[in-house]
Design a protein around this ligand. Sequence first.
Ligand code: 3HC
Length: 676
Amino acid sequence: MSAINAVVDLSFEGEIAVVTVDSPPVNALSADVRDGLDGAFKAVSADAKAIVLICAGRTFIAGADISEFGKAPRGASLPAVQDAMENAAVPVIAAVHGTALGGGLEVALCAHYRVGDAKAKFGLPEVKLGLLPGAGGTQRLPRIVGAKKALEMVTSGTPMGAKPALAAGLIDEIADGDLRGAAIAFARKVVAEGRPLKKVRDDSSKLGGDAASLAPMFADFRAANARAFKGFEAPEANIKCIEAAVALPFEEGMKVERAEFLKLMGGLQSAAQRHVFFAERAAAKIDGLPADATPLPVAKVGVIGAGTMGGGISMNFLSVGIPVTIVETKQEALDRGVAVIRKNYENSAKKGRFSMDEVEARMGRLSTSLDLADLADCDLIIEAVFENMAIKKEIFGKLDALAKPGAILASNTSYLNVDEIAASTARPESVVGMHFFSPANVMRLLEVVRGARTSPRVLATAMAVGKNIGKIGVVSGVCHGFIGNRMLGARQAEANKLILEGARPADVDRVLTDFGFPMGPFQMSDLAGLDIGWSAETSKGETVRDRLCEAGLRGQKNGKGFYDYDEARNRTPSPVAEQIINDYAAEKGINRRDIDDQEILERCLYPMVNEGAKILDEGMAQRASDIDIVWINGYGWPVYRGGPMFWAEHDAGRENIAAALERMGFEVSQRLKTGW
Ligand code: 3HC
């Protein structure tokens, strides 16, 4: 084997040249990899009969090196490498294992043949980074899998497995086991049979039609996905490129792809989505954790409370094969909770996500009990009862007495002081917050609350457990509402003021949904229920919410809230709510006025950003990007706006926000002026 450079090798198996990329972790197409490939294709001697391109480590090339984006270009260009492959004098065979993604698949599409490992995946996920495949992917992929399939792949970013890839002609053979051996054998076969040097670019026969005949397909696709693509720039740019592949000769299509790619690459949306990619990965890193803080094994989980949260939390574990015992105080509550879990699973099975056998397998891992003592052998116990400190303390006191030594005691509290809860046990080092978001089986966010005395291993375990059940864990310190709800509180306080000063709830909601949130604060209140934490006995009519509840408005659950709901849950602004708000404002002597959309937006979002900065001031979040991850995954902040802290830094402007908040009379975090 001879090294071309530090990351690419060239070796020979008889008459077959083997080019190997070895650039951990994912063989991304960095300048070094491109230089190495360029050098290797130039160095292949004239007597080689074929060339196999393969990767070491866990995957084939997983794409362009995202960390190079936005920096000055260096090294061989990707198109030069692709030209060298496509125009090689002998057949080039790409041998793919792991994930051939983005630029990786685009490189493989420049080989004349492709052999895939049985578990390999092939995809163009650029759309998830606010981009489109910029190395010929939008022009070559439809020439293999057809325009329709390519359209689905580039706009969803979802990869294809080896079997469908073989059926679609994306790969020529599946290798079971020894990929290198299979690719070399395949290369020998190509040589022996004198097969042609097949260039994907030259064959338009599989596109599935021409511009005229495929026009309705494109129109239908746009219409069917309008809602999912709303707000995003990249999906439409991807569609345009596939249209170009159908309508134009290859080279012309490439020009469209290049122009659209550069537009997206220079835009704010892609910068935001690339930020989110790295932010997600950064969130997993826990500051100041000693090297020996390895996660503890979690083979059995206990959940206290079979309500919406407890049930959803349990499903996460049942779904990945971990047995769960749910404890409730009443049999009816247990039965109801179990029935909901079963129904959720059955609905998923009906949608074809898994089989009915799988439903039974998951339900088979669930046991129930009315006695906390049945949690004695659990490695992790998650309390998910309602938000009441006295009850939580009582439960943790009991758990302390019965849980096995070393068991992790977690609370799903969304606001309360985890240190106070921990103090009701003699083992505060085992106590941690695990704050799930509703519906807990669906929402990806998990706030892991690090108490003052939570041990490093317990913290590491909570994060590892989160990853295992498919969540994105973010570490938060102990403060009221942690990261997410604390910032939500800042937004809600201002939204509440706005409706007294003259904005209508529907205006506030519209401004925020136009910004990209799936719903606004008052739609959210209606959905959650206006009477959460309210009781008729203690209500003093002191807030708008008290008065709405006193008037029998409870939100979506009774079809009356800030909006009236019909049976199909269509909403119209409620005149009753409006009257109550008007009366309340008059009583308090508040002058109502017209409030424009810009003011609504600024007053809702700027205080949130300020609260985020204070959270950083106090060390309650490890890094600004963690706050972005919380808001994107827990509260529907639009991913193409990168999260509140990214948005403040790169869009609205930190200093603008600081100045506006000062005008509004807020106490402004210094970080907002100087940087995170
Ligand atoms: N560029 C730079 N770094 C990358 C990278 C890439 N394309 N893909 C992954 N990494 C880094 C991650 O940041 C992470 O770094 P860290 O350890 O320092 O946090 C490390 O590689 C491992 O990544 P994961 O933790 O994500 O590892 P997994 O095994 O869970 O997943 C993967 C592997 C499926 C390859 C996943 O990393 C992934 O989806 N990567 C992105 C793939 C992608 O989007 N490719 C398209 C890039 S854009 C492009 O190609 C443009 C072209 O059209 C011109």
